[in-house]
Write a protein that binds this ligand. Structure first.
Ligand code: AMP
Length: 554
């Protein structure tokens, strides 16, 4: 296909505003692209390389302006290009506003004539340009671009400039390309979508749909070394999770940078959330994976900056800004390695030992992860008990993590999707300070500890109950609270005790609801023990009036 043809089609697409029409135009373009289909499928999205490939042209705007200026003739310089850009605001329009060498010579140049650029030629030149490295590479890049602009008509120059700067802007998104592939080659949209998720290569998928149909698309497998888009989470509450699923898979939410780790048995590659290759910046993660991963695999996880605990017992996480000092670093990797230590927490497994696991349920993927990786696997707890979830969150926060993740144990791995199967739950921004007015003795091994605490809000005349909180984490904590509150016991009936209002707990919660269960007329949904407010007296605790206000303001 001539590049001039591609440019003419791109013009038509850009002029169209209706989505269906745009898809139809892209479809027609794909049908006519013949051998150039893979290239055209990328070019319409402003890409030279497939999405999984982090290779870039590494051409900054200035370099592009310089090439345009040179092709525009001796009277034009990069400043002139920039000032036209300031006027039009768009590099394609600027490039199209010059007369390049092509038009000064043969009329057929750049309009699809014998010597006009082809799509394949532009692709080849740009790939060659991306590969240029080392001293003088910038000059060589300008030379290559100059050569291309010099042979371009205004229409071609418009799209060449946009392609070079990855700003195609003709209104063709990933969904349009997906639908156009399905329509052009009569393949089910779902099959195209899946193949795209797995391969992240629109060019290859378009070609497979055309040449091998649905069967070909279904045979697309993950490939070690080619990153996949990460599955994403939504914010959600414990109530959402318990309502949606019978059991919830609960896990620490680590505060670091997302990584996808690929190991082919010999070499490790690490990719960022945006599928960028960050391997060279993370040598200790590479070494850790080489040492601990028993099989070729693709893992999903979070890299967290850590420091030794002051008591010498293991490490604790540092704020995620610390990770950023290491991530994507190209220089001084060795020096920064000494300043910031990174740990891998792997929480998912997409592929192991030749088998794709995207369609396997989370619990199975996690088991395979545990089998494959000797260390650094996140702990996944299955539970339907809100108190256990609160306890896991308490431990996670106490250990310095960000919160918890609530996941559907049955869910498959959906690359790139921010679905409802992964919910992130960070601690409640708002907490209440409530007075402990009662408690219950524990059971079995914990019979000697006070376990569940009755909480009350202050009123002008006394206290009204509003909820119960179970701290149930460590025996140590229970022993501490029992020691604090046992002397305050006023009376006992069975396992229930009443406690003299003396102690204030800081408590997190998801919601305040009206409820007949407690004397205040309100109940806390999913209360979570945060701390003992030793600095507060019951008189400083939150009043029922404030609680009413909070409940009504939602
Ligand atoms: P956010 O960045 O706030 O949208 O939260 C989602 C991010 O949390 C994910 O993209 C991961 O980088 C990160 N994360 C931390 N721990 C986990 C975990 N256990 N499971 C999934 N994602 C996690």
């Amino acid at each position: 296909m001539k590049f001039a043809d591609f440019a003419a089609r791109a013009d038509e697409i850009e002029a169209e505003t209706a989505d269906l029409e745009i898809t139809a135009l892209v479809r027609a373009l794909f049908e006519d692209a013949n051998d150039d289909l893979p290239i055209v499928a990328r070019f319409v999205q402003g890409r030279v390389f497939p999405a999984w490939d982090s290779t870039t042209l590494d051409v900054g705007p200035n370099l592009c302006y310089e090439a345009i200026a040179r092709a525009a003739g001796p009277n034009v310089d990069a400043d002139d290009v920039e000032s036209r850009l300031a006027e039009t605001g768009e590099i394609g329009a600027v490039a199209a506003s010059y007369e390049f060498g092509g038009q000064r010579g043969l009329a057929s140049f750049g309009t699809g004539g014998r010597d006009g650029l082809t799509v394949a030629e532009v692709d080849r030149s740009l790939r060659g340009l991306a590969a240029a490295e080392g001293s003088g590479s910038q000059d060589r890049k300008v030379d290559v671009l100059f050569g291309l602009f010099n042979r371009s008509s205004p229409a071609e120059a418009r799209y060449l400039a946009r392609l070079v700067l990855s700003e195609m802007r003709i209104g063709v998104g990933e969904g349009t390309v997906r639908d156009a592939i399905a329509e052009a080659f009569d393949a089910p949209v779902e099959a195209v979508k899946r193949a795209l998720q797995v391969s992240n290569d629109y060019g290859r998928v378009a070609e497979l749909a055309r040449d091998e149909g649905e069967d070909g698309l279904e045979r697309v497998r993950l490939e070690i070394g080619r990153p996949v888009q990460a599955m994403l989470a939504q914010a959600g509450t414990v109530a959402d999770a318990l309502e949606a699923w019978e059991t919830v898979a609960v896990e620490t939410k680590y505060d670091g940078a997302r990584v996808q780790v690929h190991f082919d048995g010999d070499d490790v590659a690490v990719f960022s959330r945006n599928m960028e290759d960050v391997t060279d910046a993370l040598p200790e993660i590479v070494a850790f994976v080489e040492e601990n991963l028993r099989e070729p695999a693709i893992l999903d996880g979070e890299v967290v900056a850590v420091e030794p605990r002051p008591d010498g017992d293991g490490v604790r996480p540092l704020p995620f800004q610390e990770v950023l000092r290491r991530f994507r670093r190209k220089h001084d990797v060795g020096r920064m390695l000494e300043e910031v230590t990174l740990w891998l927490h792997a929480f998912d497994c997409l592929h192991v030992d030749g088998e794709d696991l995207l369609d396997a349920p989370l619990v199975e993927r996690h088991e395979r992860l545990t089998d494959a990786l000797a260390d650094g696997v996140s702990k996944l707890t299955l539970t339907d008990d809100p108190e256990e979830i609160a306890a896991i969150e308490e431990v996670a926060l106490e250990d310095g993590h960000e919160g918890i993740m609530l996941k559907n144990p049955e869910s498959t791995y959906s690359p790139g999707r921010r679905g409802k199967n992964w919910l992130k739950h960070k601690p409640d921004v708002e907490t209440l300070d409530l007075v402990v007015t009662g408690a219950e003795w524990g059971e079995g091994r914990r019979a000697k500890f006070l376990g569940t605490f009755l909480l009350s809000a202050r009123t002008p005349s006394g206290y009204e109950t509003i909820g119960k909180v179970a701290t149930g984490i460590t025996d140590e904590k229970l022993a501490e609270l029992t020691e604090l509150l046992e002397p305050e016991i006023e009376s006992q009936r069975g396992k229930d005790v009443t406690i003299r209002p003396s102690t204030v707990f800081e408590v997190g919660y998801e919601e305040i609801q009206r409820s007949p269960t407690y004397s205040s007329g309100y109940a806390l949904r999913f209360p979570r023990f945060v701390s003992v407010r030793a600095d507060k007296d019951p008189a400083d605790a939150d009043s029922l009036e404030r609680i009413e206000r909070l409940a009504e303001s939602r």
